[in-house]
Design a protein around this ligand. Structure first.
Ligand SMILES: [Zn+2]
Length: 474
């Protein structure tokens, strides 16, 4: 039974979707004005992994992740770059997919954009105004927080405490009645993009976008809403206020929030300037090492970022890949002469597979504990390496272990074969390896040595094993 930590109740709960066998899930996506950094990548990777695990557990998942393609950051960046907001959005949506695809983040069922959702946004605001939850002011339409007594229920703030917190009236939202009220619609300022509405030309506020995209693509009540911890207040609180006031129904059943990535004990963020973009890091480490690194911690725990830790992650990831390569190699060259020792090793390996699968599921069921799930995978790696060293182990045993590892890795979005082409052995190197083997067979050791040197010059090493030559990147 999958249990998830629900921010709403501050505890783990059995996961029971609204409709049996189906999951409706929404995750706040990026504002597409720049490359995303490692901290931004955490929710994308976390909730992609949750989606994969839900599917692995037999659910049919409808997964929506939006693009915020209109807001202050978009407007300012487009101005600075002397481009249009539309072109800026197109460019960084493209860049988003380059990084996300390489991180093996599967595409969502739907990736709606705020600017494509304007009619639904306007319809919800109209409902809120009609029901008395929102009011029009000189510079926009605002949600009247005082009309919602349980405002703050997700973040556990109460209205009195918030009101006495002395939050200043934002200079550009002068028309609102209370500092806690928030903009649903912003009336057009000079040189800003705008859409027609019952309140004149303008653009949506940020929070209403998510409420509208959820309603349009998933309905009034969804099973899972995910995002970073920093979105609990005010963003998710405001989504609840808008959606529940407009629809009169519960909005989200399970609220999930991931922790931050810290650099020198401070949250990685664009505003403070201490961040590493995924694109830059991918120049130093394979993308999947970044994903592996992220999944090495429980998603609610903070991660302290350092290059040393990424290096350690790369070593761990390579241990898994080496094991798989070794299993394939030994299986290919298995002699098939089983004896008592190899029969026993085969038996132990199949028990190790069963144990690893059970441990993996137990860890993932416990609020998506990917750190423990990886530990289960490493137990299997150890058992497989031990078994593979026993002469005469049947090829089927090795292939079972390899299939089990690949299946579990796939749930975590870690694909050792697909994406790491930079490590693949090119055909010309394979030809050299073959030529060298022939030279050795013909006892032409001088030629064999020359060919070895050529292989090394191409960045590969060749090792002679009882099963034949084995080539790998230096
Ligand atoms: Zn959102």
């Amino acid at each position: 039974m999958l249990r998830l930590y629900n921010t709403q109740i501050r505890d783990k709960q059995d996961f029971l979707p609204l409709e049996e066998g189906k999951v409706r899930m929404y995750v706040c996506g990026p504002t597409v004005y720049n490359y995303f950094h490692l901290g931004n990548a955490r929710p994308f990777i976390t909730y992609d992994t949750l989606r994969r695990y839900l599917e692995f557990s037999g659910y049919q998942v409808t997964y929506v992740q939006n693009f915020t393609d209109i807001d202050d950051k978009m407007i300012n960046r487009a101005r600075a770059e002397k481009t249009s907001i539309g072109e800026l959005a197109e460019r960084f949506i493209r860049e988003y997919f380059i990084d996300a695809d390489a991180l093996n983040i599967r595409r969502a069922s739907i990736h709606p954009r705020a600017t494509e959702t304007i009619p639904t946004i306007i319809a919800i605001i109209e409902t809120l105004v009609d029901k008395g939850f929102a009011y029009e002011a000189e510079d926009g339409v605002y949600f009247d927080v005082s009309r919602m007594p349980d405002y703050g229920k997700l973040s556990r703030h109460n209205l009195d405490e918030l009101a006495s917190g002395g939050r200043e009236l934002a200079g550009d939202e002068a028309g609102k009645r209370s500092p806690l009220d928030f903009a649903l619609w912003k009336k057009k300022k000079e040189d800003e993009p705008a859409w027609p509405s019952p309140w004149g030309e303008g653009r949506p506020g940020w929070h209403i976008e998510c409420s509208a995209m959820i309603k349009q693509h998933l309905g009034d009540t969804i099973d899972i809403h995910g995002g970073g911890q920093d979105l609990v207040f005010p963003h998710h609180e405001n989504e609840i206020a808008q959606s529940e006031s407009a629809n009169g129904k519960p909005f989200v059943r399970y609220w999930l929030h991931n922790g931050f990535i810290n650099v020198d004990q401070e949250k990685m963020s664009k505003s403070t300037g201490n961040f590493f973009t995924v694109r830059d890091l991918a120049g130093q480490f394979p993308y999947l090492v970044l994903r592996f690194f992220m999944l090495g911690s429980h998603y609610r725990m903070p991660i302290n970022f350092s290059t040393e830790l990424l290096q350690a992650a790369e070593n761990g990831w390579n241990r898994i890949r080496t094991c798989l390569e070794n299993l394939a190699f030994v299986a290919q060259n298995a002699t098939g002469q089983a004896d008592v020792a190899s029969a026993e090793a085969a038996q132990q390996l199949s028990e190790a597979i069963r144990r690893a699968e059970a441990d993996f599921v137990r860890a993932m069921d416990d609020d998506l504990n990917t750190a423990d799930a990886l530990a289960a995978i490493f137990e299997l790696v150890r058992a497989a390496n031990t078994a593979a060293a026993v002469p005469g182990l049947p090829a089927a045993s090795l292939e079972n272990a390899s299939a089990a590892l690949l299946k579990l890795l796939d749930v975590l979005g870690l694909d050792p074969q697909g994406l790491d082409e930079r490590d693949a052995v090119p055909p010309d190197v394979l030809a050299l390896v073959e030529a060298r083997a022939k030279a050795k067979q013909a006892r032409n050791f001088k030629l064999a040595d020359e060919l070895r040197a050529q292989i090394q010059a191409r960045g590969f090493v060749v090792a002679d094993t009882p099963q034949g030559p084995k080539v790998s990147r230096q």
